[in-house]
Design a protein around this ligand. Structure first.
Ligand code: GLC
Ligand code: CA
Length: 542
């Protein structure tokens, strides 16, 4: 694999547009705000230097689920800007060699989408079958026991036409009927609409829910915490017919050069995720595997997750890794917060950016951003409202980006739509750029190292400690380069033995998160010493 492919070799950066940067003082981040911060991403001397941005939905939305409930898939929400401004953004990104990936939500629409309004208007409306309607069982019970992933029944009664409609998420997000060829063709048209504008690919929101069982069979039950988790989702997710649908989706993008599809599956089973990457030829180029977002801070857990993902995927499929996104607590909080959160953030970053697979960063993680605590009365996320205080929702990880130490972190001159991190005066982009030891500069160094290291881009991954308890260590190796990555997950210095099969190589240090200058590996020994929370990369001297 020596030819360069941007989405295999590049680093992706997810932007949640509402929270990136507001330029008109309405408190809501906008496309202009992204345009004005492109220097942060690429092209300036102290840029992070990423290769692609993925924008969470920018389409018009009544925001019951903050952009994931869409009323028009071929427009830009006025709060974010205009289609013309979007075109400018794509052009400016391309000038800097940044690819632009849009978030495409094709499983459902908003209940205010004109298609759904038509579908609701009468049983014989031509768009009736664009959504999933079913008759009630006796006593007007829902058609089956399928649950909404956001709580409650997946079925909503529609008095006007005397049937239920299905929604995998909120009742304000009715599911489209992907068995209807008109629906498919209409969504493909939307894909072409954006591809024709120069968009480089799509992140497919909950793609594994597109097709449901046509007999509406009930899922088998299992143990779980929430009612939704108490079912094995074999009839409302992952239907066999889906593979054919995804091949059609892939064909749409294959008509354009060099585009990519990244799928977001609901659920976190690596074997199921791997199914949709196939052998890389005709399904999705990448599929998220959310294993990392569920692992506690322990090297054995990550090693297991990497091994599982590596063995689940076909050798030609491209792995991808993610630590944080807009749906989970930020990893700087998740892995323990506290005074060592930056040290752990560096270890985590070193892992993410030295694995075999495309790394996905979530805006803010490059400055070690943590979740913002949001008081109950300010909760916006419908999940937080529903499950408080057991689950406080996803607002904390969606709080605005702090750019500098001015009021509201320079995110807005007005009142931000959601409160900013209480740390903004000291933890912000500007401050991190000025501090050579910051999380930000460590990300920059890692990205630069990755870009210039064939072993990190294409080499195989070989664990170097069979049962890690304190240190995660692995080789990345290709024909002309061997790198050793060693990550101390603990707050004390350690000395550990690497795999005895490691040949007697001589090593030179390429990168370390520790300032001390001591040697990590002496001579040809396989006993490595690391400082507390040290993340280091060594290269075999030739
Ligand atoms: C995806 C999105 C999430 C959204 C859901 C419903 O999981 O990542 O934010 O709520 O789909 O669209
Ligand atoms: Ca704005």
């Amino acid at each position: 694999m020596s030819t360069k492919t941007w989405w295999r070799d590049g680093v992706f950066y997810q932007i949640y547009p509402r929270s990136f940067s507001d330029t008109n003082g309405d408190g809501i981040g906008d496309l202009q705000g992204i345009l004005e911060h492109l220097d942060h991403l690429k092209g300036a001397p102290d840029s992070l230097d990423i290769d692609a941005v993925w924008l969470s939905p920018i389409y018009p939305s009544p925001n019951f689920d903050f952009g994931y409930d869409i009323v028009d898939h071929e427009a830009v929400d006025p709060a974010f800007g205009t289609l013309e401004l979007f075109d400018t953004l794509v052009q400016e990104c391309h000038k800097r060699d940044i690819k632009v990936v849009l978030d495409l939500v094709m499983n459902h629409t908003s209940h205010q989408h004109p298609w759904f309004l038509e579908s609701c208007s009468a049983r014989d409306n031509p768009r009736r079958d664009w959504y999933l309607w079913a008759d009630p069982l006796p006593h007007r019970r829902p058609p089956n026991r399928w649950k909404s992933a956001f709580g409650g029944s997946g079925w909503e009664w529609h008095e006007g036409t005397g049937q239920y409609y299905y929604h995998m998420f909120l009742r304000e997000q009715p599911d489209l009927n992907w068995r209807n060829p008109e629906v498919r063709e209409r969504m493909f048209q939307t894909m072409r609409f954006w591809l024709d504008r120069g968009v480089d690919g799509f992140r497919l929101d909950v793609f594994n829910a597109y097709v449901k069982d046509n007999l509406l069979r009930d899922n088998p039950l299992k143990l779980g915490r929430r009612p939704y988790d108490m079912q094995r989702h074999i009839y409302d997710l992952d239907r066999p017919e889906l593979l054919e649908v995804l091949q059609e989706v892939r064909k749409v993008t294959d008509d354009y050069p060099d585009r990519v599809l990244v799928g977001e599956p609901l659920g976190s089973d690596p074997d199921i995720a791997a199914r949709y990457a196939g052998d890389g030829s005709d399904l999705l180029q990448m599929v998220f595997n959310f294993d990392f977002t569920e692992r506690p801070w322990h090297p054995a857990h990550f090693q297991r997750a990497i091994r599982r993902w590596d063995s689940a995927l076909h050798p030609n499929a491209q792995p991808c890794y993610v630590l944080s996104n807009h749906d989970v607590s930020r990893h700087a909080s998740r892995f323990g917060g506290g005074e060592n959160s930056d040290a752990r953030a560096k270890v985590a970053a070193a892992m993410l950016l030295t694995l075999r697979g495309t790394p996905f960063l979530y805006a803010g993680e490059e400055i070690g951003l943590k979740d913002t605590p949001i008081p109950y009365i300010e909760i916006k996320d419908p999940l937080g409202k529903r499950y408080w205080p057991f689950f406080r929702g996803r607002d904390g990880c969606r709080a605005p980006m702090p750019w500098n130490s001015s009021q509201h972190g320079g995110f807005t001159s007005g009142q931000p739509w959601m409160r900013i991190t209480p740390e903004y005066a000291t933890r912000n982009v500007e401050a991190q750029k000025q501090d050579p030891d910051s999380v930000y500069h460590f990300y920059r160094k890692l990205i630069a190292l990755r870009r210039t290291s064939p072993a990190l881009l294409h080499g195989r991954w070989l664990p170097m400690i069979a049962k890690p308890t304190r240190v995660l260590a692995y080789l990345r190796e290709c024909a002309d380069q061997t790198l050793l990555v060693a990550l101390n997950f603990t707050n004390v210095p350690v000395r550990v033995n690497l795999c005895s099969a490691l040949p007697p190589y001589r090593w030179k240090l390429r990168l370390s998160s520790s300032r001390s200058g001591h040697e990590r590996l002496r001579g040809t020994s396989t006993r490595i010493s690391l400082d507390a929370f040290e993340a280091c990369v060594m290269e075999r001297a030739r």
